[in-house]
Design a protein around this ligand. Sequence first.
Ligand SMILES: Cc1cc2nc3c(=O)[nH]c(=O)nc-3n(C[C@H](O)[C@H](O)[C@H](O)COP(=O)(O)O)c2cc1C
Length: 369
Amino acid sequence: MWRGAFSLEKKIFLQTAVAPYGIFKVSHGLRYTAQLRQRAAMLEIGTHVIENPVFLAPMAGVTDRPFREACTLQGAGYAASEMISSDTLLYATAKTRHRIVRANNDVPHAVQIAGSEPTAMAAAAVLNVQHGAQVIDINMGCPAKKVCNRLAGSALLETPDLVRDILRAVVAAVDVPVTLKIRTGPTPENRNGVAIAKLAQDEGIACLAVHGRTRSDKFRGSAEYDTIAAIVDAVSIPVIANGDIHSGDDARRVLESTGAAGVMIGRAAQGNPWVFREITACLNDEVIPARPSLTEVGEALIVHLKGCHQLYGDFRGVRIARKHIAWYCKGVRNAAVFREAVNKIDDPCEQLNYVEHFFARPECYEIAA
Ligand SMILES: Cc1cc2nc3c(=O)[nH]c(=O)nc-3n(C[C@H](O)[C@H](O)[C@H](O)COP(=O)(O)O)c2cc1C
């Protein structure tokens, strides 16, 4: 429905029909909220229907299979893998293989690739599709030095011709939808997000996620949404707004101010997959569910940890699990004492027992007077 060129009338009709919970968008860029709110609207990525346009953001070292499963269980409508390099030689390493394991959920298996060489990116896309990827996502949003030093991630935004070559090569190489994640531009002085978005649409990108910061902003300051609104106005493919969305109210405000087709949540989901049920309820005008009880948090964490142990094996699994334990117990009474103790544990069963005990009786972890 979203792909290809539309007449202006058709474009306005479609955007009106699927606009999130009644934000109507008109051709001269004004937005207004319909009096009768609709449910958060589904969107399409190629042939995939995304029922709930509340996405989990890809986060290297975080959004592995257990984490994606925890988030989709709480309502995330979409969850791409962690980024993997376009260097297919690395696919033999355990680290890369773990990153692309399919999650046990009913959202499309989307794998994010990063690189700067069109032919290598196309080859990586093909290999991932052969291994089951149903969507290929291209990373042009990551500001990490390790990635940008090789002119990949958000560094590519400075070279639109290379962006075009990469998108063209990848889209031509695979018959699954290709999506793109960008920042608003390389620097605040050069917010070229609109130009990149138009180029992406012309090259057949099926959906575009935009983080409302430039590459040079890294994670400083606040995300800005005006550039995202301008991108939404400029293209007819679905645009997903990302950056600093922590709650249902944030999501609603960002959708209202940008007219985006959906929102993408990153850091707010760390240790809090329940943020997806809160945002989903808010966008659907439903009663906001209560915060999870300590028991519910403990039970979800146990499932998550077992997933880490199973995916990575005992040694790496226990270590990778530690950061998730720290995030889940943020704000819980006596968490600091508990964290210090649990981080010394190397055995997976002992780690599970310790976590179970803490969430049942956090008062036992008080510092002895
Ligand atoms: C730990 C971490 C790892 C990230 N890794 C990736 C990545 O692999 N690919 C990517 O496109 N963005 C990556 N990002 C950026 C996020 O997808 C997202 O754009 C950013 O965190 C802003 O959203 P937020 O404010 O909701 O966190 C990462 C962010 C964090 C915090």
